[in-house]
Design a protein around this ligand. Structure first.
Ligand code: 13P
Length: 245
């Protein structure tokens, strides 16, 4: 199965989300081979879930806290995310790691808690340009993937998002995607055994309708986690169409 996920990040107001969903649904025909997902900001989770679920599109939160409840002003618990309509949750996005100081330890706790609440964790991993230039890409990926082994087999999507390719228009080249995805596949298989073969590994970082086709042709690429291009319903429809074909 292929997966195409829209990560809206901190974009969209209610009216914009509603227009997006109307336009998208008009042009969208579900197909069994592709799971479409949208990750709106918390404030739009319920509305987007209600608008899109009829056509089998799942809704994913962009974050969730690992604590059950309590004095964590400004945070949202996994149970609340689930209660708002989310089917899954993005964990360890590079913007969370780099702008908000999320460590692997925190990411690991979130992964476990998401599963405990019945949410599909979408775990993001990826190296910075500095990591890559100093030859540390695979060391960094292995480190970030330790949470997978620690959590053990269970529901999981992984997204490989090289930090330097996010929002820069500089997509990783096919050879870089190929070797990173093969590496991630191996790590997940070591952690999970045979079920690791079926964990979808998505690519993220400057994906557009112009370059998605060739990215999908790379071994172990099951789809994409899309930022900028997912804010335009016409472009997102194109991306979904490419995955379906
Ligand atoms: P862009 O598609 O805007 O590069 O963002 C990628 C991303 O961070 C998705 O989570």
């Amino acid at each position: 199965m292929r997966c195409v996920v829209a990560n809206w990040k901190m974009n969209m107001l209610q009216g914009e989300a509603s227009t997006f969903c109307d336009t998208f649904l008009e042009g969208y025909t579900p197909k069994d081979n592709v799971q479409v997902a949208v990750a709106p900001p918390f404030t739009l989770l319920t509305a987007v879930h209600d608008m899109l679920r009829e056509k089998g599109i799942i809704t994913i939160a962009q974050n969730g806290h690992y604590a059950k409840r309590g004095a964590f002003t400004g945070e949202i618990a996994m149970a609340q995310v689930k209660d708002a309509g989310a089917n899954g949750v993005i964990i360890g996005h590079s913007e969370r790691r780099h702008l908000f100081g999320e460590t692997d330890e925190v990411v690991g706790k979130k992964l476990v808690k998401a599963r405990a609440k019945g949410l599909l964790p979408v775990l993001c991993v990826g190296e910075t340009l500095q990591d890559r230039d100093s030859g540390n890409t695979f060391m960094v990926l292995r480190q970030q993937l330790q949470v997978v082994a620690q959590a053990g087999p269970g529901p999981l999507w992984v997204a490989y998002e090289p930090v330097w390719a996010i929002g820069t228009g500089r997509r990783a080249d096919l050879a870089q995607i190929q070797e990173a995805h093969a590496f991630i596949r191996e790590e997940v298989q070591v952690a999970f055994g045979v079920p690791g073969t079926n964990v979808p590994i998505l690519y993220g970082g400057s994906v557009t309708p112009d370059n998605f086709g060739e990215v999908l042709g790379v071994q172990h690429v099951a789809g994409a986690l899309v930022g900028g291009a997912s804010l335009d319903p016409a472009k997102f429809l194109q991306l979904v169409g490419i995955a379906q074909s």
